[in-house]
Design a protein around this ligand. Structure first.
Ligand code: GLN
Length: 490
């Protein structure tokens, strides 16, 4: 196996492939050797496409040899979370109800990756329907953290994070409804970006909480995230919630990535540090000191409604989920119960047999919150709280360019540690969830390690459509530190 290839990041690999110094076929072969070596331990993938990947790589190599134009990710092996529809392989969403579902169309992000000549080597494991924070809710397999195989990779996009951290691909896509990109990025020592709601098309992303869901990249560093965002961002007429360029101009996220932000103002919320582990707090404070040395000014602010975000989220997300998941009825597609006695049983038994307990819990919660008599007290109230949380962010961005806080209160926890208590699991997203309620973008970057050698994440939150600035702020940190270059021993 070519260790040197695995050490490269996306930007380096694509340059070398483009110059013909490395063949894409060689990169893909190397990745599959690594998958054969590590996947049995880590369990990042639900499906892999070796033959198809080698074929695509050979096509890219041939185009380059002929001097033809190639896309921005030409020949680079990437992976996607298995809640994005693909015409190749199954699209399972980590659920038994979709285990054999084959999509007749590609999600827009998949079309964009293919148009950029990326090589999609596999689809990654997730908490069933993206509901969870550890990937332990997957109905199909377990994924472990490459930094410590007794620990979870985070979730719900745990497979996409573990695949990059395990060097089984060079970047990947996840989806983030309440933290599912940022928290696993933090647990696996990666850069993970949740774009502004509307920046990336959700067409072909299996819906969980439609007003919160957003697709984004996992990568080894900020510039790789920028490269991935360049490929996937943009208006899509197939997704009416995707934003057009008149509303928010599309940036080239990569061209200015090296340029520091002059006069950077960073907001911090002192109270929010209280709930996190001491080593996490120390690493985040140390990171803020590094920004200070780079000339940043720190502004202390209050976000009085932040603490209500978990409560509001678990009403809004479950309400939307209960409606979105009504389509899995045993009739249209997906799993159908054997020998039902009537049509009611087709519906009830198919769902009872093929959906996992967390998904059922959320459907029940959401149905309850939306039911007449409770709608005003729960769902409507949660929407009002959502507006107040948004106003906290609006006020913050009048004073600063970004807000910094931990991504997660802890580093990666042990497998099984939180499965018995859903509330404990929900709390692992205390710092990420408000961001989805407000719709703003945020990135998690590696900012240190605890005494068990587990990565710690710093969350940097920006105002709407400031991904370019956020990635430049992330890059500033990388110029001063080496955390993003550390790799797990496998
Ligand atoms: N952990 C949160 C949940 O379970 C967020 C998941 C996500 O972002 N998809 O809903």
């Amino acid at each position: 196996m070519n260790e040197e290839i695995l050490k490269l990041n996306c930007n380096q690999l694509r340059e070398k492939i483009r110059k013909g110094e490395i063949k894409s076929v060689e990169a893909v072969q190397t990745v599959f050797t690594q998958i054969e070596r590590c996947e049995a331990k880590i369990g990042a993938f639900l499906s892999t496409f070796k033959d198809e990947s080698l074929k695509k790589a050979a096509e890219v190599d041939a185009k380059i040899a002929n001097g033809e134009n190639v896309g921005a990710l030409a020949g680079v092996p990437v992976a996607v979370k298995d809640n994005m529809c693909t015409t190749f392989g199954a699209t399972t969403c980590g659920s038994k109800i979709l285990e054999n579902f084959h999509s007749p169309y590609n999600a827009t992000v998949i079309e964009k990756l293919l148009a950029a000549d990326a090589v999609i080597v596999g689809k990654t494991n997730l908490d069933e329907f993206a509901m969870g924070s550890s990937t332990e809710n997957s109905g199909l397999k377990k994924t472990l953290n490459p930094w410590d195989l007794s620990r979870v990779p985070g979730g719900s996009s745990g497979g996409s994070a573990a695949a990059v951290a395990g060097q089984m691909c060079f970047a990947s896509l996840g989806s983030d409804t309440g933290g599912s990109i940022r928290q696993p990025a933090s647990f696996c020592g990666l850069v993970g970006l949740k774009p502004t709601y509307g920046r990336v098309s959700r067409y072909g992303l299996v819906a969980y909480g439609s007003s919160l869901d957003q697709i984004g990249p996992f990568a080894k560093n900020a510039a790789d995230c920028a490269l991935m965002l360049n490929v996937i961002a943009g208006h899509d007429e197939k997704d009416s919630t995707s934003v057009d360029e008149k509303t928010a101009a599309l940036n080239d996220y990569l061209v200015n990535i090296e340029k520091h932000i002059e006069g950077l103002k960073i907001a911090v919320v002192p109270q929010l540090f209280e709930g996190a582990d001491s080593e996490v707090v120390a690493a985040v404070k140390n990171a803020i000191e590094i920004y200070k040395k780079l000339g940043a000014q720190i502004v202390e602010i209050q976000m009085p409604y932040f603490e209500y975000s978990i409560a509001a989220y678990y009403l809004i997300a479950t309400a939307e989920a209960s409606s979105n998941l009504a389509r899995y009825d045993g009739v249209h597609y997906g799993y159908r119960t054997k020998n039902p006695s009537d049509y009611i049983e087709v519906y009830s038994k198919s769902r009872a047999e093929a959906l996992g307990s967390e998904v059922k819990r959320r459907i029940m919660l959401g149905t309850y919150a939306l039911s007449s008599g409770y709608y005003d007290a729960y769902y409507l109230k949660a929407l009002k709280v959502r507006n107040l949380i948004r106003s906290d962010f609006t006020a913050a961005f009048q004073k600063a360019d970004c807000i910094m806080m931990p991504t997660s209160p802890t580093t990666a926890f042990k497998v099984g540690e939180k499965t018995a208590d859903p509330l404990q699991m929900y709390l692992s997203d205390v710092y990420t969830i408000a961001v989805n309620l407000a719709g703003v973008p945020a990135v998690s970057i590696p900012c240190g390690f605890d005494n068990k050698n587990l990565p710690i994440g710093l969350q940097i939150i920006g105002s709407n459509f400031t991904e370019e600035k956020l990635l430049r702020i992330a890059k500033m940190f990388e110029t001063q530190t080496e955390y993003h270059n550390r790799k797990p021993q496998l």
